[in-house]
Design a binder for this molecule. Structure first.
Ligand code: ZN
Length: 156
């Protein structure tokens, strides 16, 4: 049994994510560990790279620069849509990610910055763009992925 984190393994991870100021913005504490398929771009690149080669039970603190995280902040004007442009079962709120198709057919992620009345403002910056990310991680499980999981690129 190989308990090392590598491509095509399903990894269970306990983690805490902090910003430079020490604020905890995400954590698996009190929840199920995060489960993901390693080597398929599920996690941000800077974190996946550092997890490669870790063993079950091992802990690590990982600092991820914006470039290896959610990107640098790009100076882009907000796009404004109407609340009515969204499906009726979807209530737009700040921080939510949406995929928009450009006139050339290119699909890009946008993130809602604010909602005022029926106007929804969004731009290309992920809410964590420009942030240095501080992860405390512990690998709590590693197993072989099934051929189906590998083909789909996610865990079942
Ligand atoms: Zn699937």
């Amino acid at each position: 049994m190989n308990n090392t984190v590598e491509k095509d393994k399903v990894v269970s991870l306990d983690y805490t994510l902090k910003l430079d100021d020490g604020r905890v913005i995400d954590s698996s504490e009190g929840k199920e560990p995060l489960q993901y398929l390693h080597g398929h771009g599920t996690l941000i690149p800077g974190l996946e790279k550092e997890l490669t080669g870790m063993e079950v039970g091992q802990e690590k603190s990982v600092v991820v620069s914006p470039a290896d995280g959610y990107g640098e902040i790009v100076d882009a004007d907000d796009i404004v849509l109407s609340v009515n442009d969204f499906p009726p079962d979807l209530t737009p709120i700040a921080g939510m990610g949406v995929y928009l198709e450009s006139p050339t057919g290119q699909v890009k992620p946008f993130f809602i910055t604010k909602v005022e009345g029926d106007r929804v403002y969004m731009n290309e910056n992920h809410p964590l763009a420009g942030q240095t990310l501080h992860f405390d991680v512990q690998v709590v499980g590693v197993r072989d992925a099934t051929p189906e999981e590998i083909a789909h690129g996610h865990t079942h």
